[in-house]
Design a protein around this ligand. Structure first.
Ligand SMILES: [Zn+2]
Length: 237
């Protein structure tokens, strides 16, 4: 862990988290509903970006500082681990998008396409840049195969056990698979497995606390992303 890079990551993360606030607010709506454009309390129009508080009633849009601090932590860990390597920009991008997606999944139990789908071309472009800079086209090929494999595995799981995983989880698995595959097959497998381990642990804890019933689904996106993050930090090159 390089502390200089970690500090850079924390500062960039704070700013990225603040910039995400408007996007997370806009996309935190139930499936099929139009994007939120107004304050839920006073109906004043919400700003598209950098909206920390409603301009009308001053109500905070989301938990104050939660997005900023989470993004700062994730980027500090990722830059501390991968800073100075060609793939750091790709991983930093995934970290920022991942925090936004996790926040929306926790709020409204969905992973919106307007955030997940553009992540594919952007991440593939950034990894292609890293492959050119590092002369590592084997890693790029592995990333593409990793994305396909993880999305395919999630699709199979969703078909075998309907209701557990949604379409958003399958699409997000492909994005995470790109980054995990770039780092290697063992890391892809570890990241995928850790997602399910974390989710099972959280379900057991919530069951014990009687916060959910045995068949009540909890959102899976944050665990998928958390598992991928842990595997990347533990096993990166
Ligand atoms: Zn308001």
């Amino acid at each position: 862990m390089n502390l200089m890079w970690a500090a850079v990551g924390a500062v960039v993360g704070l700013m990225a988290g603040a910039a995400l606030r408007g996007t997370v607010f806009r996309l935190s709506v139930a499936s099929g509903d139009p994007e939120r454009t107004a304050c839920p309390r006073c109906s004043a129009p919400a700003q598209r970006r950098l909206a920390v508080r409603c301009g009308g009633c001053r109500r905070s849009l989301g938990i104050p500082l939660a997005l900023e601090l989470c993004t700062a932590l994730v980027l500090a860990l990722l830059l501390g681990r991968f800073g100075g390597q060609p793939d750091v920009v790709a991983f930093g991008f995934l970290g920022v998008v991942g925090v936004a997606l996790a926040a929306i999944d926790i709020a409204v139990q969905r992973l919106p396409d307007p955030l997940t789908l553009p992540a594919y071309p952007i991440l593939i472009t950034l990894l292609t840049g890293a492959a050119i800079a590092g002369h590592d086209f084997a890693a790029l090929l592995r990333a593409l195969l990793g994305g396909l494999s993880l999305a395919g595995a999630y699709l199979l799981l969703a078909l075998v056990r309907p209701g557990q995983l949604g379409g958003g989880d399958i699409k997000l698995a492909g994005v995470a698979g790109l980054a995990l595959g770039w780092l290697g097959w063992p890391i892809l497998i570890a990241g995928a497995a850790l997602g399910f381990v974390l989710s099972a642990m959280a379900s057991l804890a919530l069951l014990a606390a009687r916060r959910v019933t045995l068949h009540g689904a909890i959102c899976f996106g944050p665990f998928l992303l958390g598992g991928a993050l842990l595997a990347m930090l533990a096993g990166g090159r």
